[in-house]
Design a protein around this ligand. Structure first.
Ligand code: CA
Length: 361
């Protein structure tokens, strides 16, 4: 074969070196065809701060990393299915992806709750450690396999706030008869503490609090709570969110759809979920901080729960979770792994993060 001089070669393909990079990128995007048109159903209103944004963000990462070989379209709550039907819809193949929280599926298995948040359980950093490097994700996969789903961590809010109260909480007695919107395990703990847990969707919280239909509500943290105007309907803002110390959000993937993918696209899905998982926590940490400063400037009273109230709630939480952890074989396996990891990681958290933060002040 005749050797072509570099200068002649450039002339022969008819592009200047400056134009070459533009041409190359045009070729790349028009050459790659979308091979998989996927739907993502979510439990959040479209573009809802934090959660909905997190789902959109995950879709964007998948589209971009795969150069649109997978093209994901996101649907907000009720656009294709109601928020609490995401699990079944994805399992049945109605959509390939779901973005939600595992504690909504306790009706499927009590074990699900350990993959989102547990009262007095692990924070975001510890949850990620358990899921990625402590066997947690393997158990989660085992649990979801029989539902034809593959789970991936895909977001975290960080430690939530204790909630908005129109009654002052000075002692455990103040929890008696307290009508509070608090879902999941936290609600079960409140019931055992003598309170009345109520389940309401986020959009109804403001009116329920303002009209006195409820005495208190938890939601997420300053970022989301401010968006609902909860500071205009309650006197006291309590911390910390003992009931949700670092909730993991999930991406569920239809197993058949996932298994159709070539291995590079499988990897892209996995790594996109990991990126979205970290990104949501950063978004919450940044925006919570800004919203907290706003609430302080508005003169909102922000109180720490009294020690004796927290001690009381912790004791009841352990009883409630211990009982739930024994529901069946798989729940017991998950609970045992979760509990063991929390016990083992706590000494390290104490002498690293906790000690450092105490000294920083
Ligand atoms: Ca919450």
């Amino acid at each position: 074969m005749k050797k072509i001089k570099r200068r002649d070669f450039i002339r022969s393909i008819g592009v200047s070196l400056v134009g070459g990079s533009i041409l190359a990128s045009n070729v790349a995007s028009s050459d790659v065809k979308t091979q998989f048109k996927w739907k993502m159903v979510t439990s959040w209103p479209k573009n809802f701060p934090g959660l909905g944004v997190g789902a959109e963000n995950l879709a964007k990462i998948i589209n971009q990393l795969s150069n649109n070989r997978i093209k994901v379209k996101v649907f907000g709550a009720n656009e294709l299915v109601p928020p609490l039907e995401v699990f079944d819809f994805v399992a049945g193949g109605g959509a390939e992806l779901g973005h939600s929280g595992a504690y909504y599926w306790k009706g499927k298995s009590q074990a699900c709750q350990f993959f989102s948040s547990v009262p007095f359980g692990m924070n975001a950093q510890e949850m990620n450690a358990w899921l990625y490097y402590g066997g947690g994700l393997k158990l989660w996969e085992k649990l979801y396999k029989k539902f034809n789903l593959i789970p991936r961590p895909a977001g975290n809010t960080g430690v939530q706030m204790g909630g908005w109260f129109n009654k002052k909480i000075s002692s455990p007695k103040d929890l008696k008869g307290l009508k509070m919107r608090i879902p999941g395990l936290g609600g079960e703990v409140l019931a055992k503490a003598g309170g009345v847990p109520i389940t309401l969707p986020g959009t109804e919280l403001f009116t329920a609090l303002q009209t006195g239909a409820i005495d208190a509500t938890e939601w997420v943290g300053p970022y989301n709570d401010r968006a609902f105007g909860l500071h205009k309907a309650a006197k006291y803002y309590y911390y910390p969110g003992w009931h949700e110390p670092g909730p993991t959000l999930e991406c569920t993937i239809n197993k058949d759809a996932y298994e159709q993918l070539p291995s590079d696209l499988k990897f892209i899905i996995d790594i996109s979920c990991k990126a979205a998982n970290i990104d949501m926590l950063a978004d919450y940490t940044s925006k919570n901080n800004q919203a907290l400063q706003f609430l302080i400037s508005e003169g909102i009273k922000i109180n720490e729960f009294p020690k004796q109230v927290m001690k009381f709630l912790k004791k009841i939480s352990e009883e409630v979770i211990d009982k739930i952890g024994k529901t069946d074989a798989i729940t017991q396996e998950v609970y045992t792994s979760y509990k063991k990891f929390q016990e083992e990681v706590t000494p390290w958290t104490n002498l690293s993060e906790k000690s450092y933060i105490n000294f920083r002040e």
